[in-house]
Design a protein around this ligand. Structure first.
Ligand code: SF4
Length: 322
């Protein structure tokens, strides 16, 4: 699903993985200079093409031709000509696929964002966590589709093969659950697939039937399959507990930040550790703060900050080992 919504689950998951990388990303807003990877460029191009396609469909306009998208894609993925060309070829194939196998129904929301407080979303659970009642949460759906029966489906465009692969934390769990039971929590995709329909139900008068994964593999052979996500209802309670526990941890980190205490880094949940046994994707890649995290001393971190990052503030606050 579209990542990065300011109050969404991805922020909670980022904090859970590593509080320091969450801090670098959301509080210090540290960006590596020229950091768009080829995978990220492909991801942005694919999402843009699908967004334009479904917007045109929703508004009753002719769907855009590949040459019409070329200019915007070159801007979105500056310096990634190969990825732009690949995306246009893929989009051509998507148009051909759609012309013979269109989905039944109609798009009703594209990149749609909904916001509500935890108290509104989960009133019963919020009674146990009064300090979290007013915490705002948001969901950002790639696509909301109404089927011919009038049921709503949340579509998640996925650029990788394999079921729910981008959400997998199996490697992390396998390596750490014997030493860190805190990590044995519901998998993020379960939390998300329960949470999103739940929030959408708050905002619609229609039945939200569930979540569907729409594959859009961007290299041949293309895959445009759609699969329903089945989530056992027993996961629902765990998912709610999980969301509150993650939010509670985030609040505590924010309180410590207010006291001038920077979050610690967490090698148990380190993205860098996962990079070795996974292909790079837009979601799972080595941590962009690795060269800060692993720098031997404060002087080296300062050097890395000055040379490698778009640095929005003159000095980092006191960090580990300073
Ligand atoms: S390299 Fe690992 S431990 Fe260090 S900031 Fe990144 S995710 Fe956290």
């Amino acid at each position: 699903m579209a990542g990065g919504s300011p109050n969404g689950l991805s922020r909670l998951a980022d904090h859970h993985r590593c509080p320091w990388s969450w801090y670098g990303k959301y509080k210090l807003e540290l960006q590596l200079k020229g950091s768009q990877s080829p995978e990220a460029a492909l991801g942005s191009c694919g999402h843009y093409c699908l967004e334009q396609f479904f917007l045109a469909l929703r508004d009753g306009h002719p769907t855009p031709k590949p040459h019409e998208l070329e200019g915007p894609l070159k801007q979105i993925a500056t310096g990634h000509e190969t990825q732009v060309a690949e995306s246009l070829k893929w989009y051509q194939a998507w148009l051909a696929h759609w012309s013979v196998a269109p989905w039944a129904g109609r798009p009703v929301g594209i990149e749609a964002v909904f916001e509500a407080t935890l108290g509104e979303i989960f009133p019963e659970m919020a009674k146990k966590y009064p300090h979290l009642v007013h915490r705002l949460k948001s969901i950002a759906c790639d696509l909301i589709w109404e089927d011919p029966e009038g049921f709503l489906w949340i579509y998640d465009h996925k650029s990788k093969d394999g079921q729910e692969r981008d959400y997998s934390t199996k490697g992390l769990r396998r390596r750490t659950e014997h030493i860190n039971p805190y990590l044995v929590t519901p998998q993020n995709h379960r939390t998300q697939f329960y949470f999103y329909p739940h929030v959408l139900r708050l905002f619609t008068q229609q039945v939200v039937a569930g979540v569907r994964i729409h594959r859009y593999l961007r290299s041949e052979p293309y895959d445009f399959s759609v699969e329903n996500i089945r989530m056992p209802m027993i996961s629902a309670n765990h998912s709610i507990e999980h969301i509150f526990a993650l939010e509670d941890a985030l609040v505590r980190t924010e309180e410590r930040l207010d006291q001038g205490i920077a979050p610690v880094h967490n090698h148990f949940g380190c993205w860098f550790g996962d990079a070795g046994d996974a292909e790079p994707t837009t979601k799972k890649r080595s941590c962009q703060y690795l060269n800060l995290c692993c720098a031997p001393d404060a002087a080296n971190r300062e050097y890395a900050l000055n040379t490698q990052y778009n640095r929005p503030q003159p000095r980092l606050p006191v960090l580990w080992g300073d």
